[in-house]
Ligand binder design. Structure first.
Ligand code: FAD
Length: 495
Protein backbone atom coordinates (compact mmCIF):
# COMPACT_ATOMS: atom_id res chain seq x y z
CA UNK A 1 0.00 0.00 0.00
CA UNK A 2 1.54 3.28 -1.09
CA UNK A 3 -1.00 5.95 -0.13
CA UNK A 4 -1.22 7.58 3.29
CA UNK A 5 -3.01 5.21 5.65
CA UNK A 6 -6.25 6.22 7.34
CA UNK A 7 -6.10 6.29 11.09
CA UNK A 8 -8.58 3.96 12.85
CA UNK A 9 -8.32 3.94 16.64
CA UNK A 10 -9.60 0.37 16.82
CA UNK A 11 -10.85 -2.39 14.55
CA UNK A 12 -14.41 -1.81 15.80
CA UNK A 13 -14.48 1.57 14.04
CA UNK A 14 -14.78 -0.08 10.66
CA UNK A 15 -16.14 -3.17 8.91
CA UNK A 16 -13.54 -3.22 6.17
CA UNK A 17 -11.44 -6.15 4.99
CA UNK A 18 -7.85 -5.69 3.88
CA UNK A 19 -6.73 -7.10 0.54
CA UNK A 20 -4.96 -9.95 2.35
CA UNK A 21 -8.12 -10.80 4.31
CA UNK A 22 -10.16 -10.76 1.10
CA UNK A 23 -7.69 -13.10 -0.62
CA UNK A 24 -7.61 -15.40 2.38
CA UNK A 25 -11.42 -15.60 2.38
CA UNK A 26 -11.38 -17.04 -1.16
CA UNK A 27 -9.32 -20.06 -0.11
CA UNK A 28 -12.42 -21.89 1.01
CA UNK A 29 -12.59 -25.15 -0.90
CA UNK A 30 -14.58 -23.74 -3.85
CA UNK A 31 -14.71 -26.05 -6.85
CA UNK A 32 -13.33 -24.50 -10.07
CA UNK A 33 -12.38 -26.02 -13.42
CA UNK A 34 -10.15 -24.19 -15.91
CA UNK A 35 -9.47 -25.74 -19.32
CA UNK A 36 -11.20 -28.91 -18.13
CA UNK A 37 -8.85 -29.31 -15.17
CA UNK A 38 -9.89 -28.75 -11.56
CA UNK A 39 -7.69 -26.29 -9.70
CA UNK A 40 -7.12 -26.45 -5.98
CA UNK A 41 -7.63 -22.77 -5.25
CA UNK A 42 -8.63 -19.77 -7.34
CA UNK A 43 -5.15 -18.24 -7.17
CA UNK A 44 -3.63 -21.33 -8.84
CA UNK A 45 -4.68 -19.99 -12.24
CA UNK A 46 -2.54 -16.96 -13.25
CA UNK A 47 -5.29 -14.87 -14.91
CA UNK A 48 -7.71 -15.53 -12.03
CA UNK A 49 -4.93 -14.80 -9.52
CA UNK A 50 -4.00 -11.49 -11.18
CA UNK A 51 -7.69 -10.49 -11.14
CA UNK A 52 -7.88 -11.41 -7.45
CA UNK A 53 -4.80 -9.25 -6.78
CA UNK A 54 -6.47 -6.33 -8.53
CA UNK A 55 -9.64 -6.81 -6.47
CA UNK A 56 -7.50 -7.12 -3.31
CA UNK A 57 -5.88 -3.76 -4.09
CA UNK A 58 -9.37 -2.24 -4.06
CA UNK A 59 -9.84 -3.56 -0.52
CA UNK A 60 -6.50 -2.05 0.51
CA UNK A 61 -7.47 1.25 -1.09
CA UNK A 62 -10.31 1.53 1.46
CA UNK A 63 -7.64 2.13 4.09
CA UNK A 64 -5.97 5.02 2.23
CA UNK A 65 -6.78 8.70 2.53
CA UNK A 66 -6.81 9.04 -1.25
CA UNK A 67 -9.62 6.55 -1.83
CA UNK A 68 -11.46 6.69 1.49
CA UNK A 69 -14.29 8.92 0.29
CA UNK A 70 -14.92 7.01 -2.94
CA UNK A 71 -14.85 3.55 -1.40
CA UNK A 72 -16.30 3.94 2.12
CA UNK A 73 -18.75 5.95 4.24
CA UNK A 74 -19.82 6.19 7.86
CA UNK A 75 -22.98 4.15 8.39
CA UNK A 76 -25.26 5.30 11.20
CA UNK A 77 -26.86 1.86 11.71
CA UNK A 78 -23.53 0.04 11.87
CA UNK A 79 -21.94 2.94 13.77
CA UNK A 80 -18.81 2.28 11.76
CA UNK A 81 -17.06 3.00 8.50
CA UNK A 82 -18.27 0.50 5.89
CA UNK A 83 -17.87 -0.15 2.15
CA UNK A 84 -19.79 2.21 -0.13
CA UNK A 85 -20.79 -0.86 -2.15
CA UNK A 86 -23.48 -1.48 0.48
CA UNK A 87 -24.69 2.11 0.83
CA UNK A 88 -28.46 2.58 0.45
CA UNK A 89 -28.89 5.95 -1.27
CA UNK A 90 -31.82 7.83 0.26
CA UNK A 91 -31.23 11.20 -1.41
CA UNK A 92 -29.89 12.46 -4.72
CA UNK A 93 -26.73 13.56 -2.90
CA UNK A 94 -26.21 10.00 -1.63
CA UNK A 95 -26.72 8.72 -5.16
CA UNK A 96 -23.92 11.01 -6.33
CA UNK A 97 -21.79 9.78 -3.39
CA UNK A 98 -22.37 6.17 -4.39
CA UNK A 99 -21.43 7.01 -7.99
CA UNK A 100 -17.93 7.93 -6.76
CA UNK A 101 -17.39 4.24 -5.99
CA UNK A 102 -18.56 3.20 -9.47
CA UNK A 103 -16.17 5.72 -11.01
CA UNK A 104 -13.39 4.48 -8.77
CA UNK A 105 -13.84 0.75 -9.61
CA UNK A 106 -14.24 1.60 -13.31
CA UNK A 107 -11.01 3.58 -13.42
CA UNK A 108 -9.16 0.96 -11.42
CA UNK A 109 -9.87 -1.74 -14.03
CA UNK A 110 -9.95 0.47 -17.15
CA UNK A 111 -13.62 -0.51 -17.28
CA UNK A 112 -12.68 -4.13 -18.05
CA UNK A 113 -14.38 -5.52 -14.95
CA UNK A 114 -18.11 -5.21 -15.46
CA UNK A 115 -18.80 -6.90 -12.12
CA UNK A 116 -16.43 -5.23 -9.64
CA UNK A 117 -17.15 -5.43 -5.88
CA UNK A 118 -19.84 -2.73 -5.98
CA UNK A 119 -21.99 -4.31 -8.73
CA UNK A 120 -23.78 -7.26 -7.09
CA UNK A 121 -24.53 -5.25 -3.91
CA UNK A 122 -26.36 -2.83 -6.22
CA UNK A 123 -28.88 -5.62 -6.87
CA UNK A 124 -29.34 -6.23 -3.13
CA UNK A 125 -29.96 -2.48 -2.84
CA UNK A 126 -32.52 -2.86 -5.64
CA UNK A 127 -34.40 -5.53 -3.68
CA UNK A 128 -34.22 -3.32 -0.58
CA UNK A 129 -35.81 -0.50 -2.59
CA UNK A 130 -38.97 -2.64 -2.88
CA UNK A 131 -39.15 -3.99 0.69
CA UNK A 132 -42.90 -3.21 1.07
CA UNK A 133 -43.65 -5.34 -2.02
CA UNK A 134 -41.43 -8.21 -0.87
CA UNK A 135 -42.97 -7.96 2.62
CA UNK A 136 -46.38 -8.75 1.12
CA UNK A 137 -45.18 -11.65 -1.00
CA UNK A 138 -45.58 -15.18 0.33
CA UNK A 139 -43.80 -18.37 -0.62
CA UNK A 140 -45.92 -20.38 -3.05
CA UNK A 141 -43.86 -23.53 -2.45
CA UNK A 142 -45.39 -25.84 0.17
CA UNK A 143 -43.52 -26.48 3.39
CA UNK A 144 -41.43 -23.33 3.59
CA UNK A 145 -42.41 -19.74 4.22
CA UNK A 146 -39.50 -17.31 4.62
CA UNK A 147 -40.06 -13.62 5.36
CA UNK A 148 -38.52 -12.18 2.18
CA UNK A 149 -38.35 -8.56 3.39
CA UNK A 150 -36.61 -9.55 6.64
CA UNK A 151 -34.17 -11.68 4.66
CA UNK A 152 -33.35 -8.81 2.30
CA UNK A 153 -32.74 -6.44 5.23
CA UNK A 154 -30.57 -9.00 7.01
CA UNK A 155 -28.62 -9.71 3.82
CA UNK A 156 -27.80 -6.04 3.22
CA UNK A 157 -26.68 -5.78 6.84
CA UNK A 158 -24.58 -8.93 6.47
CA UNK A 159 -22.98 -7.55 3.28
CA UNK A 160 -22.20 -4.26 5.01
CA UNK A 161 -20.80 -5.96 8.12
CA UNK A 162 -18.58 -8.29 6.10
CA UNK A 163 -17.40 -6.12 3.18
CA UNK A 164 -18.99 -8.82 1.03
CA UNK A 165 -18.40 -9.40 -2.68
CA UNK A 166 -20.73 -11.39 -4.93
CA UNK A 167 -21.37 -12.30 -8.54
CA UNK A 168 -24.77 -11.52 -9.96
CA UNK A 169 -25.87 -14.55 -11.90
CA UNK A 170 -29.22 -13.88 -13.47
CA UNK A 171 -29.11 -15.01 -17.12
CA UNK A 172 -29.80 -18.64 -17.96
CA UNK A 173 -27.57 -20.92 -20.05
CA UNK A 174 -27.91 -20.64 -23.82
CA UNK A 175 -29.87 -23.48 -25.34
CA UNK A 176 -32.47 -23.93 -28.08
CA UNK A 177 -34.37 -20.66 -27.73
CA UNK A 178 -37.20 -21.87 -29.96
CA UNK A 179 -38.06 -24.52 -27.40
CA UNK A 180 -39.41 -23.36 -24.03
CA UNK A 181 -38.68 -26.86 -22.73
CA UNK A 182 -34.97 -26.55 -23.63
CA UNK A 183 -34.61 -23.22 -21.83
CA UNK A 184 -36.63 -24.49 -18.89
CA UNK A 185 -34.35 -27.52 -18.50
CA UNK A 186 -31.43 -25.49 -17.15
CA UNK A 187 -33.38 -23.06 -14.97
CA UNK A 188 -32.59 -23.14 -11.29
CA UNK A 189 -35.44 -25.13 -9.73
CA UNK A 190 -36.47 -26.21 -6.27
CA UNK A 191 -35.83 -29.95 -5.99
CA UNK A 192 -36.79 -30.50 -2.39
CA UNK A 193 -37.89 -28.60 0.68
CA UNK A 194 -36.21 -29.16 4.02
CA UNK A 195 -36.92 -27.78 7.48
CA UNK A 196 -34.39 -24.93 7.22
CA UNK A 197 -34.21 -24.32 3.50
CA UNK A 198 -34.49 -25.71 -0.01
CA UNK A 199 -32.34 -27.69 -2.39
CA UNK A 200 -32.00 -26.34 -5.91
CA UNK A 201 -30.72 -27.80 -9.17
CA UNK A 202 -29.83 -26.12 -12.47
CA UNK A 203 -27.23 -23.74 -13.86
CA UNK A 204 -26.44 -20.05 -14.27
CA UNK A 205 -24.45 -18.27 -16.91
CA UNK A 206 -22.53 -16.06 -17.35
CA UNK A 207 -21.39 -15.58 -13.76
CA UNK A 208 -18.71 -12.96 -14.28
CA UNK A 209 -16.42 -12.65 -11.22
CA UNK A 210 -18.06 -15.71 -9.52
CA UNK A 211 -14.73 -17.51 -9.08
CA UNK A 212 -13.20 -14.39 -7.49
CA UNK A 213 -16.08 -13.38 -5.20
CA UNK A 214 -17.49 -14.71 -1.96
CA UNK A 215 -21.16 -15.20 -2.88
CA UNK A 216 -23.44 -15.93 -5.82
CA UNK A 217 -26.52 -13.72 -6.01
CA UNK A 218 -28.99 -15.49 -8.31
CA UNK A 219 -32.36 -15.55 -9.96
CA UNK A 220 -33.79 -16.88 -13.25
CA UNK A 221 -34.43 -14.50 -16.06
CA UNK A 222 -35.18 -14.51 -19.76
CA UNK A 223 -35.49 -17.21 -22.37
CA UNK A 224 -38.95 -18.47 -21.54
CA UNK A 225 -42.40 -16.93 -21.59
CA UNK A 226 -43.58 -17.92 -18.14
CA UNK A 227 -41.31 -18.96 -15.33
CA UNK A 228 -42.68 -22.09 -13.61
CA UNK A 229 -43.36 -21.70 -9.88
CA UNK A 230 -40.47 -23.93 -8.76
CA UNK A 231 -38.07 -21.68 -10.76
CA UNK A 232 -39.36 -18.38 -9.36
CA UNK A 233 -36.54 -17.67 -7.00
CA UNK A 234 -34.20 -14.90 -5.85
CA UNK A 235 -31.44 -15.89 -3.43
CA UNK A 236 -27.78 -15.80 -2.47
CA UNK A 237 -25.34 -18.43 -1.25
CA UNK A 238 -21.60 -18.71 -0.63
CA UNK A 239 -19.53 -19.79 -3.66
CA UNK A 240 -18.11 -22.70 -1.68
CA UNK A 241 -21.55 -24.19 -0.96
CA UNK A 242 -21.60 -27.95 -1.50
CA UNK A 243 -22.75 -28.75 -5.04
CA UNK A 244 -21.59 -25.46 -6.61
CA UNK A 245 -19.23 -26.14 -9.51
CA UNK A 246 -17.63 -23.31 -11.50
CA UNK A 247 -16.54 -24.04 -15.06
CA UNK A 248 -14.31 -21.21 -16.34
CA UNK A 249 -14.32 -19.98 -19.89
CA UNK A 250 -10.97 -19.68 -21.70
CA UNK A 251 -8.75 -16.97 -20.18
CA UNK A 252 -8.02 -13.95 -22.39
CA UNK A 253 -5.77 -11.63 -20.35
CA UNK A 254 -1.95 -11.51 -20.10
CA UNK A 255 -1.09 -12.10 -16.44
CA UNK A 256 2.59 -11.88 -15.61
CA UNK A 257 3.42 -9.87 -18.72
CA UNK A 258 5.34 -6.58 -18.51
CA UNK A 259 3.15 -3.65 -17.43
CA UNK A 260 4.79 -1.75 -20.31
CA UNK A 261 3.63 -4.32 -22.86
CA UNK A 262 0.13 -4.83 -21.50
CA UNK A 263 -0.84 -2.08 -19.06
CA UNK A 264 -4.43 -3.35 -18.78
CA UNK A 265 -4.30 -7.03 -19.78
CA UNK A 266 -1.46 -7.69 -17.31
CA UNK A 267 -3.95 -6.97 -14.50
CA UNK A 268 -5.83 -10.21 -15.19
CA UNK A 269 -9.55 -10.46 -15.72
CA UNK A 270 -12.94 -11.20 -14.29
CA UNK A 271 -13.31 -14.69 -15.66
CA UNK A 272 -16.89 -15.55 -16.56
CA UNK A 273 -18.12 -18.84 -15.13
CA UNK A 274 -20.71 -21.42 -16.02
CA UNK A 275 -22.16 -22.18 -12.59
CA UNK A 276 -23.64 -25.60 -11.85
CA UNK A 277 -26.00 -25.89 -8.88
CA UNK A 278 -26.04 -29.61 -8.17
CA UNK A 279 -28.66 -30.03 -5.46
CA UNK A 280 -27.37 -27.02 -3.57
CA UNK A 281 -28.81 -26.13 -0.17
CA UNK A 282 -30.14 -22.57 0.14
CA UNK A 283 -30.85 -21.64 3.77
CA UNK A 284 -34.29 -20.22 4.51
CA UNK A 285 -32.89 -16.81 5.42
CA UNK A 286 -31.12 -16.47 2.05
CA UNK A 287 -34.30 -16.67 -0.02
CA UNK A 288 -35.78 -13.39 -1.30
CA UNK A 289 -38.60 -14.83 -3.42
CA UNK A 290 -39.98 -18.33 -3.80
CA UNK A 291 -42.63 -19.54 -6.20
CA UNK A 292 -44.21 -16.17 -6.99
CA UNK A 293 -44.06 -15.26 -10.72
CA UNK A 294 -45.14 -11.68 -10.01
CA UNK A 295 -41.91 -11.07 -8.07
CA UNK A 296 -39.90 -12.14 -11.13
CA UNK A 297 -41.32 -9.16 -13.01
CA UNK A 298 -39.31 -6.95 -10.64
CA UNK A 299 -36.13 -7.63 -12.66
CA UNK A 300 -36.19 -4.11 -14.19
CA UNK A 301 -36.81 -2.11 -11.00
CA UNK A 302 -34.54 -4.31 -8.85
CA UNK A 303 -31.65 -4.11 -11.35
CA UNK A 304 -31.90 -0.33 -11.79
CA UNK A 305 -28.85 0.37 -9.61
CA UNK A 306 -26.85 -2.28 -11.49
CA UNK A 307 -27.88 -0.72 -14.81
CA UNK A 308 -26.85 2.71 -13.53
CA UNK A 309 -23.51 1.10 -12.66
CA UNK A 310 -23.17 -0.31 -16.19
CA UNK A 311 -23.82 3.07 -17.82
CA UNK A 312 -21.58 5.00 -15.42
CA UNK A 313 -18.73 2.56 -16.05
CA UNK A 314 -19.16 3.06 -19.80
CA UNK A 315 -19.13 6.85 -19.28
CA UNK A 316 -15.83 6.53 -17.41
CA UNK A 317 -14.48 4.31 -20.17
CA UNK A 318 -15.58 6.88 -22.78
CA UNK A 319 -13.50 9.45 -20.88
CA UNK A 320 -10.51 7.11 -21.12
CA UNK A 321 -11.13 6.78 -24.88
CA UNK A 322 -11.13 10.59 -25.25
CA UNK A 323 -7.98 10.88 -23.12
CA UNK A 324 -6.25 8.19 -25.17
CA UNK A 325 -7.43 9.81 -28.43
CA UNK A 326 -6.06 13.21 -27.42
CA UNK A 327 -2.70 11.64 -26.53
CA UNK A 328 -2.60 9.94 -29.94
CA UNK A 329 -2.98 13.35 -31.59
CA UNK A 330 -0.33 14.80 -29.28
CA UNK A 331 2.18 11.98 -29.75
CA UNK A 332 1.70 11.51 -33.50
CA UNK A 333 1.52 15.24 -34.20
CA UNK A 334 -1.74 14.79 -36.11
CA UNK A 335 -3.75 17.26 -34.02
CA UNK A 336 -3.69 20.04 -36.63
CA UNK A 337 -5.27 17.88 -39.36
CA UNK A 338 -8.99 18.84 -39.55
CA UNK A 339 -10.09 15.30 -40.47
CA UNK A 340 -8.27 13.92 -37.41
CA UNK A 341 -9.82 16.57 -35.16
CA UNK A 342 -13.24 15.41 -36.38
CA UNK A 343 -12.46 11.85 -35.34
CA UNK A 344 -11.65 13.02 -31.83
CA UNK A 345 -14.82 15.13 -31.97
CA UNK A 346 -16.84 11.95 -32.44
CA UNK A 347 -15.22 10.36 -29.39
CA UNK A 348 -16.02 13.50 -27.40
CA UNK A 349 -19.64 13.43 -28.58
CA UNK A 350 -19.95 9.83 -27.28
CA UNK A 351 -18.32 10.72 -23.95
CA UNK A 352 -20.47 13.81 -23.42
CA UNK A 353 -23.64 11.95 -24.33
CA UNK A 354 -22.94 9.13 -21.86
CA UNK A 355 -22.13 11.58 -19.07
CA UNK A 356 -25.34 13.46 -19.86
CA UNK A 357 -27.42 10.26 -19.63
CA UNK A 358 -25.88 9.42 -16.23
CA UNK A 359 -26.48 12.93 -14.89
CA UNK A 360 -30.02 13.03 -16.29
CA UNK A 361 -30.86 9.66 -14.73
CA UNK A 362 -29.71 11.02 -11.37
CA UNK A 363 -31.42 14.40 -11.79
CA UNK A 364 -34.73 12.63 -12.53
CA UNK A 365 -34.26 10.08 -9.72
CA UNK A 366 -37.28 9.36 -7.51
CA UNK A 367 -37.68 7.57 -4.20
CA UNK A 368 -39.01 4.02 -4.49
CA UNK A 369 -41.81 2.64 -2.28
CA UNK A 370 -39.03 1.57 0.12
CA UNK A 371 -37.61 5.11 0.31
CA UNK A 372 -34.50 4.43 -1.78
CA UNK A 373 -33.51 7.05 -4.35
CA UNK A 374 -33.61 5.28 -7.74
CA UNK A 375 -32.16 6.71 -10.98
CA UNK A 376 -34.59 7.23 -13.85
CA UNK A 377 -35.09 4.00 -15.83
CA UNK A 378 -35.98 5.70 -19.14
CA UNK A 379 -32.76 7.73 -19.20
CA UNK A 380 -30.72 4.69 -18.20
CA UNK A 381 -32.23 2.41 -20.83
CA UNK A 382 -31.85 5.01 -23.59
CA UNK A 383 -28.30 5.74 -22.41
CA UNK A 384 -27.37 2.06 -22.29
CA UNK A 385 -28.82 1.51 -25.75
CA UNK A 386 -26.87 4.51 -27.13
CA UNK A 387 -23.69 3.36 -25.40
CA UNK A 388 -23.68 -0.17 -26.82
CA UNK A 389 -24.85 0.79 -30.32
CA UNK A 390 -21.99 3.28 -30.72
CA UNK A 391 -19.34 1.23 -28.92
CA UNK A 392 -18.00 -0.65 -32.00
CA UNK A 393 -17.72 2.62 -33.97
CA UNK A 394 -15.91 4.38 -31.12
CA UNK A 395 -13.44 1.50 -30.88
CA UNK A 396 -12.94 1.63 -34.66
CA UNK A 397 -12.28 5.39 -34.62
CA UNK A 398 -9.71 5.08 -31.86
CA UNK A 399 -7.98 2.28 -33.78
CA UNK A 400 -8.11 4.38 -36.97
CA UNK A 401 -6.43 7.34 -35.25
CA UNK A 402 -3.49 5.14 -34.21
CA UNK A 403 -2.53 3.97 -37.71
CA UNK A 404 0.37 1.49 -37.84
CA UNK A 405 1.36 2.18 -34.23
CA UNK A 406 -1.40 -0.03 -32.91
CA UNK A 407 0.02 -3.07 -34.71
CA UNK A 408 3.74 -2.28 -34.75
CA UNK A 409 4.38 -2.76 -31.06
CA UNK A 410 7.55 -4.56 -30.01
CA UNK A 411 7.56 -4.87 -26.23
CA UNK A 412 9.98 -3.71 -23.56
CA UNK A 413 12.45 -6.54 -24.12
CA UNK A 414 12.98 -5.42 -27.73
CA UNK A 415 13.75 -1.85 -26.61
CA UNK A 416 16.12 -3.16 -23.95
CA UNK A 417 17.97 -5.45 -26.38
CA UNK A 418 21.37 -3.81 -27.16
CA UNK A 419 21.48 -5.26 -30.65
CA UNK A 420 18.13 -3.97 -31.95
CA UNK A 421 16.80 -1.61 -29.26
CA UNK A 422 18.71 1.45 -30.51
CA UNK A 423 17.04 1.15 -33.94
CA UNK A 424 13.62 1.28 -32.32
CA UNK A 425 14.61 4.19 -30.05
CA UNK A 426 16.12 6.16 -32.94
CA UNK A 427 13.65 5.46 -35.72
CA UNK A 428 10.27 5.52 -33.97
CA UNK A 429 10.08 8.64 -31.77
CA UNK A 430 6.78 10.50 -31.62
CA UNK A 431 5.99 14.22 -31.57
CA UNK A 432 7.93 15.39 -28.49
CA UNK A 433 7.96 11.92 -26.93
CA UNK A 434 10.32 8.95 -27.12
CA UNK A 435 9.51 5.85 -29.12
CA UNK A 436 8.93 3.99 -25.88
CA UNK A 437 6.39 6.48 -24.56
CA UNK A 438 4.57 6.38 -27.90
CA UNK A 439 4.48 2.59 -27.73
CA UNK A 440 3.27 2.67 -24.13
CA UNK A 441 0.22 4.61 -25.29
CA UNK A 442 -0.35 2.21 -28.20
CA UNK A 443 -0.07 -0.75 -25.82
CA UNK A 444 -2.76 0.79 -23.61
CA UNK A 445 -5.04 1.35 -26.60
CA UNK A 446 -4.38 -2.20 -27.85
CA UNK A 447 -5.48 -3.65 -24.52
CA UNK A 448 -8.56 -1.42 -24.45
CA UNK A 449 -9.65 -1.96 -28.08
CA UNK A 450 -7.94 -4.77 -29.92
CA UNK A 451 -6.42 -7.61 -27.88
CA UNK A 452 -8.22 -10.75 -26.71
CA UNK A 453 -9.27 -9.10 -23.45
CA UNK A 454 -10.72 -6.16 -25.38
CA UNK A 455 -12.61 -8.63 -27.57
CA UNK A 456 -14.23 -10.25 -24.55
CA UNK A 457 -15.04 -6.84 -23.08
CA UNK A 458 -16.65 -5.64 -26.34
CA UNK A 459 -18.88 -8.74 -26.42
CA UNK A 460 -19.66 -8.21 -22.76
CA UNK A 461 -20.68 -4.58 -23.34
CA UNK A 462 -23.00 -5.66 -26.12
CA UNK A 463 -25.12 -8.10 -24.13
CA UNK A 464 -24.22 -8.12 -20.43
CA UNK A 465 -27.22 -6.17 -19.27
CA UNK A 466 -29.62 -6.97 -22.16
CA UNK A 467 -28.76 -6.78 -25.87
CA UNK A 468 -29.88 -3.78 -27.93
CA UNK A 469 -33.11 -5.33 -29.32
CA UNK A 470 -34.34 -5.98 -25.77
CA UNK A 471 -33.42 -2.45 -24.67
CA UNK A 472 -35.42 -1.04 -27.60
CA UNK A 473 -38.37 -3.22 -26.61
CA UNK A 474 -38.04 -1.96 -23.06
CA UNK A 475 -38.10 1.66 -24.20
CA UNK A 476 -41.22 0.94 -26.25
CA UNK A 477 -42.93 -0.62 -23.22
CA UNK A 478 -41.85 1.84 -20.56
CA UNK A 479 -41.69 5.32 -22.05
CA UNK A 480 -45.13 6.93 -22.08
CA UNK A 481 -45.87 8.86 -25.26
CA UNK A 482 -49.26 10.43 -24.43
CA UNK A 483 -47.80 13.85 -23.84
CA UNK A 484 -46.04 13.82 -27.21
CA UNK A 485 -49.06 12.56 -29.14
CA UNK A 486 -51.11 15.23 -27.40
CA UNK A 487 -48.72 17.94 -28.58
CA UNK A 488 -48.86 16.65 -32.15
CA UNK A 489 -52.67 16.53 -32.09
CA UNK A 490 -52.84 20.06 -30.76
CA UNK A 491 -50.47 21.47 -33.38
CA UNK A 492 -52.07 19.47 -36.18
CA UNK A 493 -55.55 20.43 -35.08
CA UNK A 494 -56.61 16.78 -34.55
CA UNK A 495 -59.62 16.52 -32.21
C1 FAD B 1 -18.90 -11.83 -21.36
C2 FAD B 1 -20.29 -11.90 -20.80
C3 FAD B 1 -20.46 -11.73 -19.43
C4 FAD B 1 -21.74 -11.78 -18.86
N1 FAD B 1 -21.89 -11.63 -17.51
C5 FAD B 1 -23.10 -11.87 -16.93
C6 FAD B 1 -23.27 -11.84 -15.53
O1 FAD B 1 -22.33 -11.55 -14.79
N2 FAD B 1 -24.48 -12.11 -15.01
C7 FAD B 1 -25.54 -12.41 -15.81
O2 FAD B 1 -26.62 -12.65 -15.29
N3 FAD B 1 -25.42 -12.44 -17.14
C8 FAD B 1 -24.24 -12.17 -17.72
N4 FAD B 1 -24.11 -12.21 -19.09
C9 FAD B 1 -25.23 -12.78 -19.84
C10 FAD B 1 -26.11 -11.77 -20.45
O3 FAD B 1 -26.99 -11.34 -19.47
C11 FAD B 1 -26.82 -12.46 -21.62
O4 FAD B 1 -25.83 -12.77 -22.57
C12 FAD B 1 -27.88 -11.56 -22.21
O5 FAD B 1 -28.95 -11.45 -21.33
C13 FAD B 1 -28.39 -12.12 -23.54
O6 FAD B 1 -28.93 -13.41 -23.36
P1 FAD B 1 -28.35 -14.65 -24.15
O7 FAD B 1 -26.87 -14.51 -24.30
O8 FAD B 1 -28.83 -15.86 -23.46
O9 FAD B 1 -28.97 -14.50 -25.61
P2 FAD B 1 -29.95 -15.49 -26.36
O10 FAD B 1 -31.23 -15.58 -25.63
O11 FAD B 1 -29.27 -16.78 -26.59
O12 FAD B 1 -30.19 -14.72 -27.73
C14 FAD B 1 -29.17 -14.48 -28.72
C15 FAD B 1 -29.44 -13.13 -29.36
O13 FAD B 1 -30.71 -13.13 -30.00
C16 FAD B 1 -31.39 -11.87 -29.82
N5 FAD B 1 -32.62 -12.08 -29.00
C17 FAD B 1 -32.95 -13.20 -28.33
N6 FAD B 1 -34.14 -13.04 -27.70
C18 FAD B 1 -34.56 -11.81 -27.98
C19 FAD B 1 -35.72 -11.07 -27.63
N7 FAD B 1 -36.69 -11.57 -26.89
N8 FAD B 1 -35.82 -9.81 -28.09
C20 FAD B 1 -34.87 -9.29 -28.88
N9 FAD B 1 -33.74 -9.94 -29.23
C21 FAD B 1 -33.59 -11.18 -28.81
C22 FAD B 1 -30.38 -10.97 -29.11
O14 FAD B 1 -29.65 -10.26 -30.07
C23 FAD B 1 -29.48 -11.97 -28.36
O15 FAD B 1 -28.19 -11.44 -28.10
C24 FAD B 1 -22.85 -12.07 -19.69
C25 FAD B 1 -22.67 -12.26 -21.07
C26 FAD B 1 -21.41 -12.16 -21.63
C27 FAD B 1 -21.24 -12.38 -23.11
Amino acid sequence: MTNTQRQFKSATEHRLKTGAEFKESLIDGRQIWVGGKQIEKVTDEPALAAGVDLLASMFDDQFTDEHADATTYYDEAAKAVVSRAWQIPRTKEELVDRRKMIEYTSLKTGGTFGRPPDLAPAIAVGLYAYLPTFKKKKSLIDGIDPDFAENIERYVEYGRENNLTASESLAGPQSDRSSPKASEASLLKVKSVEKDGIRIYGAKTVGSIAAQAKEIFFTNLGGIQETPADACIWGSIPVNSEGIKLISREMVSQPGSEKFDHPIASMGEEADQFIIFDNVFVPKDRIFNLGDPTAMQYYGPVCIFAHWHVLTRLAVKAELFVGAGQLVLDYLGTGKIPAVQLMLGELIEYQQALRAFVLAAEALAKPTEGGVMAPDAGMLTAGRLYSIQHYPRIIHILQEMCGQGLVMRFGKKAYDNPEIGHYLHDLLPGHGVSAMVKEQLMNFIWDMTSGALAGRVALFENVNASPAPRLRARLYEEIKRNEFTGQVKKLAGIE
